[in-house]
Design a protein around this ligand. Sequence first.
Ligand SMILES: [Zn+2]
Ligand SMILES: [Zn+2]
Length: 406
Amino acid sequence: MKNKFNRLFHSLVIAGLLIILFSGCVEKGVSDLEWYKGNLHTHSYWSDGNDFPESIMDWYKSNGYHFIALSDHNILAEGDFWKSIPDQPVNRKAFEDYLKQYGEDWVNYREDSGRLEVKLKTFREYKPLFEEEGRFLMLQSEEITDRYEDKAIHLNASNIQQLIPPQGGESVIEILQNNINAVLDQKEKTGMPMMVHVAHPNFKYSLTAEDFAALTGERFFEVYNGHPAVHNMGDSLHISVEQMWDLINIAYMEKGQPLIFGLATDDSHHYHRKGLRWANSGRGWIMVKADKLDAESLIESMETGQFYSSTGVSLNTVTYENQLLKVTVNPDPGVEYRILFIGCRRGESFAKVLLESKGPASEFKVNKDISFVRAKVISSRAKENPNYEGEFEVAWTQPVTYSDPG
Ligand SMILES: [Zn+2]
Ligand SMILES: [Zn+2]
């Protein structure tokens, strides 16, 4: 009986190994995954950004990004749109540069008594200029821009297929939920990969952790936004967006809802002047670990938390295996790093630093008493063209929970 059991056990082990080997041939292993750099929040002349989509895409592509969502307010880049170019020297010069680079055959413009109008290129028109398989991808996007009284309620829908007008509602929570539902409905109806994230909660101090706690289907928000008016760090009366992140997750864990993940984005509007007053490109981005550079792979990875957000720190690896969360940095010479594991213990209603270490690598054992934990890497290097004075480069990994090994 014992021998028979042993033989059966051995055959099962061999069968198991074969399955693992075989699936290794069919599917890509973890080591085949690549990091892709992207920004899911940017504006152009299609709404209140101050440059042409082509010029913006050119900047991102030549600055090492792999994917971009150009997300204008309540509009998709389709149909005829004649943009009246502001009569400012910087806008004029940007137009001259645009015309020089793309030529008279491409640029459609008219001038009437000193007034310059340019017909903006649609998403379909400008996308083929930049997209390159495995190198650069563009996601059609919209910043659904809603409001409730004096509160700004903005949600970015990435890889959207049809325009979603602001859905409205009778309260902040209702408006958030209605807009989230509209994106999720479109995702279901079209069968296309799609995601929605809530933008800049502290812009006009519009959204609170309690608002988020009441939502369902909400998976992403901006833990960092590069616009100067969004108060990432809060003030003496308001918590920072990062503190809000943990409070939302404490509520989601209590409700048995999936954790919310944090994105860093640019929300760039201003492309001709740089500084604290301006919403410039290159301030915040995400690095997504995916097997391919396409919408489906990127969004699938993001939904499972396979990405980190950064304002300058580059991570080499982020792994969570056998209840061990490990982070290693791609260190830059002369720069020092602190790695903080921030989380919440079960039964507690606040998050705190659970472990802090110096150096470019660290790990945290996630025990049963941990509700969730995430890593934050803080660099000793001051951020170039910062969002606020005294900003240092940072990276945030996504929170993980204890998973019962059974
Ligand atoms: Zn916004
Ligand atoms: Zn925006």
